[in-house]
Design a protein around this ligand. Structure first.
Ligand SMILES: NC(=O)c1ccc[n+]([C@@H]2O[C@H](COP(=O)([O-])OP(=O)(O)OC[C@H]3O[C@@H](n4cnc5c(N)ncnc54)[C@H](O)[C@@H]3O)[C@@H](O)[C@H]2O)c1
Length: 253
């Protein structure tokens, strides 16, 4: 029987790339997103028994319902990719409390609820499993104008380290991926809002960031998906608690 993976935020961007890759790797993929229409579209394009699901990762019940539904449909769960995330752009002085609360809810609580729901299911199965979450290079070094976002991505590393230690006895590995400058709608949004703040043309901030990449090109969802493919595979069974940078050479830690 094929292993079953859930990818959240898989209706577009990096999550879609991960869902496609895991399906190519032979896993059956539950494509989960708040935008259910996009999730269904991606699942249909992937084929291979993939199915679209609604989830709002900021709501605990929604995450637990998703996992119950996937297990009801496919019989088990083997991999959870906590990919869904949002960005907010602005100076520390301009951070609005409601924006702060929202980004914490999606990017940190979403990861926490995913860890809780997946680990509960893995323990019930007695199979072990893999939990893989989205951090960022902004989770290793704070990124100007992305204060709360950077804080959430540092937090993902923290949760990953602790969950790895607590869940190791149940044969559950917990790791994160830290992408760099990935050419998705999220970076279109970051570039557009930074253009306003810095008073520069659209595209300039993105290009400046791409110029800082040693390998000389922007990152694609497939670049991230190749790392997640490894973290979802038994080949990575001896790796846990790590946040692995995949950025084409921006940060060297
Ligand atoms: N783009 C980058 O350069 C970059 C770099 C580092 C890390 N990341 C991280 O990778 C992940 C994916 O980023 P992306 O660039 O593909 O973003 P994106 O904005 O293109 O896609 C995000 C997806 O998540 C979904 N989503 C948002 N809130 C949700 C919620 N509450 N519940 C369920 N789904 C929700 C959206 O509908 C969307 O389909 C995020 O966690 C992001 O922080 C992105």
């Amino acid at each position: 029987m094929a292993r079953i993976a859930i990818v959240t935020g898989a209706g577009q961007g990096i999550g879609e790339g991960i869902a496609r890759q895991l399906s190519q790797d032979g896993l059956t993929v539950a494509v989960a997103d708040m935008n259910e229409q996009n999730a269904n579209k991606v699942a249909e394009a992937i084929g291979n028994n993939a199915k679209g699901y609604y989830v709002d990762v900021s709501k605990k019940q929604s995450v637990f319902d998703l996992i119950d539904q996937v297990v009801a449909d496919y019989g088990q769960l083997n991999v959870l990719v906590n990919n869904a995330g949002i960005a907010k752009i602005g100076t520390i002085l301009d951070v609005k409390e409601e924006d702060f609360d929202q980004i914490m809810a999606v990017n940190i609580k979403g990861v926490l609820f995913g860890m809780q729901a997946a680990a509960t299911q893995f323990k019930k199965q007695g199979t072990g499993g893999k939990i893989i979450s989205a951090s960022s290079i902004a989770g290793h070094q704070g990124f100007e104008l992305l204060g709360p976002y950077s804080a959430t991505k540092f937090a993902v590393r923290g949760l990953t380290q602790v969950a790895a230690q607590e869940l190791a006895k149940d044969k559950i590995t917990v790791n994160s991926y830290a992408p760099g400058i990935v050419l998705t709608k999220m970076w279109d949004q970051i570039d557009a809002e930074m253009a306003k703040i810095y008073n520069v043309p659209i595209g300039e901030t993105l290009q400046k960031n791409i110029d800082s990449i040693a390998l000389g090109r922007g990152e694609t969802p497939a670049d991230v998906a190749n790392l997640v493919s490894f973290l979802a595979d038994p080949k990575s069974d001896y790796i846990t608690g790590q946040t692995i940078i995949v950025d084409g050479g921006i940060q060297f830690v």
